[in-house]
Design a protein around this ligand. Sequence first.
Ligand SMILES: Cc1cc2nc3c(=O)[nH]c(=O)nc-3n(C[C@H](O)[C@H](O)[C@H](O)COP(=O)(O)OP(=O)(O)OC[C@H]3O[C@@H](n4cnc5c(N)ncnc54)[C@H](O)[C@@H]3O)c2cc1C
Length: 403
Amino acid sequence: MQQTVKHDVLILGGGPAGLSTALHLAQLAPELIPRILILEKAHYPRPKLCAGALLADAEIILQRLGLDVNEVPHVDAVAAHLDFAGKGLKISLPDTHTLRVVRRDEFDNWLAKKTEVRGIEIREGVTVRDVLPRENCVIVETDVGIFTAQAAVGADGSNGVTRRCILPNALVHTARVLEVLTPPYSTQKPSEFGNGDEGRERIAYFDFFCVPSGIAGYTWDFPTQLNGQPMRCWGVYDTNILADMQRPALKQPLLEEMARHGFDLNDVELKGHPIRWFSPKNQMSVPRVLLAGDAVGADSIFGEGISIALGYGALAAREVSESIHRGDFSFAKYKSRVLRSALGQTLLARWAVTQILYRLHWRWFQRFFWRSMGWIISAASWVLVLNWGKRMPSLYPNRPGDS
Ligand SMILES: Cc1cc2nc3c(=O)[nH]c(=O)nc-3n(C[C@H](O)[C@H](O)[C@H](O)COP(=O)(O)OP(=O)(O)OC[C@H]3O[C@@H](n4cnc5c(N)ncnc54)[C@H](O)[C@@H]3O)c2cc1C
């Protein structure tokens, strides 16, 4: 049945970017709450292929929204190892966990419920088919009918329809990613690392040994849980920037890494999903429609996108609320404001490091870098990867430092 509903803001996609946009809008402009609608194609709790590692900035942004992620089932990693073929650098944060690992079905469901509690309507099971910006409104065609609004936020992820509708010819940088869940180390036979790899259970591993073979990325191995049972999440990430080299199939390095620890990939189900990553060339808006989260681009070094999506939500909300108050929906300054923000600065810096680090793919360089440059990597992580959440715009309009 066709239906036409007029809202101020339609948020297309109810993942971290869309829900964060809604939560920030509710905080910045509470008068808009009844005029915001989120359209989500799935029903919560919905599956989402993701390792679920939250960096500290995700927690900072959630805390600023008055949300406590401790309410979500999680496993904390006490340290992260950044290695080349099993040896490298250990990073840990003083007095706290280094990574918190959630299951995305549980995390997104929790965030959606928090959004609804604040009075924002989420229409589940509605698939957006087309997004048509017009001079006076934006028209969103879905499988249940047509919605119109003053503005729309495309937060429908790496494969989202919004970007394809509003920017059909835009250049897209897409990483290949594979992921698999296994039982924990303690269930495995002794491996080259000892009996059941004790001591590894609370550590998150990133290993860059695959770069010399032309995979511009890393394999990961994180602690996680499924229905309260300890598990490991393994995966491999490839930015694709060495795509012109002869490369092994993406499965190969993951197979090797898991085999070193006594796991057999043939016993488990492997799943893949692309990640669109940030480049300063990525377009972010057209009049009446702006993009947030993976629809713009995740971090390019690691494919880290949850905290990034939450951060985009803060920026998209500020842009939309100001546009409504001004009555100007050109979104002409959105990209420059994103790039100047603390989120934009970390994304730009990580993009620059990606271009250098993965293009210098020689074995000797990668081995030297990960095994001998520990202090540089630690300092760079502190400045480039962590702590941008604290410098994001305030949640209240017209405060100094918000521009
Ligand atoms: C294998 C893998 C592992 C990852 N591991 C990590 C990690 O450990 N840590 C990390 O920080 N990041 C990780 N990421 C990246 C992270 O998952 C994304 O960056 C993050 O989910 C982006 O959030 P988002 O809200 O932009 O998009 P999504 O989470 O993709 O949300 C988009 C939402 O839009 C909905 N939607 C899509 N199309 C439509 C439509 N047509 N109509 C209506 N709704 C629609 C979807 O159902 C979904 O709910 C990983 C990604 C992959 C693929």
